[in-house]
Design a protein around this ligand. Structure first.
Ligand SMILES: Nc1ncnc2c1ncn2[C@@H]1O[C@H](COP(=O)(O)OP(=O)(O)O)[C@@H](O)[C@H]1O
Ligand SMILES: [Mg+2]
Length: 214
């Protein structure tokens, strides 16, 4: 269970998050909607540990992780402006997180190859990432986020660069993987149809607080 308790954060002397409370159970996806600039990405950064709240706390499975650094949380992040490594090929981009965890390179590459095949990118495994289309790069970023089997998955407008057919394919795939892996997932999107297709709970961030949508 991922839990936010009474999170407060100011930006430029303006309250951006003003008492945010949220609970996301394992295997559950919660969608965050809200106007541009309402603080959705900032809230994800608080969960990830990139931003530390001025007040309030972040909990995971009964442990207060408010001050735990991002790399010790076991969470995967996928932000809008996905940052792939240009000097690595597609397969090594996906294998990266496993190698960092100490998985031998050959085994990591094998898992990455299998993951890429599931994402329909098998034949691009040895390509440089910048030779792929924007949509393909986004799918590589998704594969990279999922391969380490994170405890929580934080998605910031992950499908925005994809065409409609691919979006739908990935929605279904994500929903399934999140449930299977028992991850708590938070999806930030401005697409309510997408949010409803993927999330059991929907919240709107407005005036620094969450309002239940469904
Ligand atoms: N690190 C930052 N640099 C610049 N502006 C920031 C930063 N963090 C928050 N903000 C400001 O906070 C507001 C909310 O930003 P953000 O969380 O990105 O909103 P959203 O994701 O809902 O569009 C914006 O007005 C933004 O300018
Ligand atoms: Mg944002």
């Amino acid at each position: 269970m991922l839990e936010l308790r009474d999170i407060h954060l100011q930006w430029d002397h303006r309250p951006l998050l003003a008492g945010v409370n949220l609970r996301v159970a394992a295997g559950q996806t919660v969608a965050l909607l809200g106007a541009s600039g309402s603080g959705k990405s900032t809230l994800l950064k608080v969960v990830a540990g990139i931003e530390v709240p001025e007040r309030g706390s972040v909990w995971f499975d009964g442990q207060d992780i408010t001050r735990l650094p991002p790399h010790r949380r076991g969470f995967a992040l996928m932000f809008q402006d996905f940052a792939l490594f240009p000097h690595l090929d597609v397969r090594d981009n996906v294998a990266f997180g496993l190698v960092e965890q100490g998985v031998p390179r050959a085994a990591a590459r094998e898992q990455a190859q299998a993951m890429l095949a599931r994402f329909g990118l098998g034949e691009h495994a040895r390509s440089r990432v910048w030779t792929l289309s924007g949509g393909e790069q986004q799918r590589v970023a998704l594969a990279r986020a999922l391969i380490t089997q994170p405890r929580a998955l934080l998605l910031d407008e992950p499908f925005s660069a994809l065409d409609a057919a691919l979006r739908e394919h990935l929605r279904a795939e994500f929903r399934e993987r999140i449930t299977d892996a028992g991850m708590a997932a938070i999806l930030v999107t401005h697409d309510e149809a997408e949010a409803r297709a993927m999330a059991q709970q929907g919240w709107a961030l407005q005036g620094g607080q969450l309002r239940a949508l469904w």
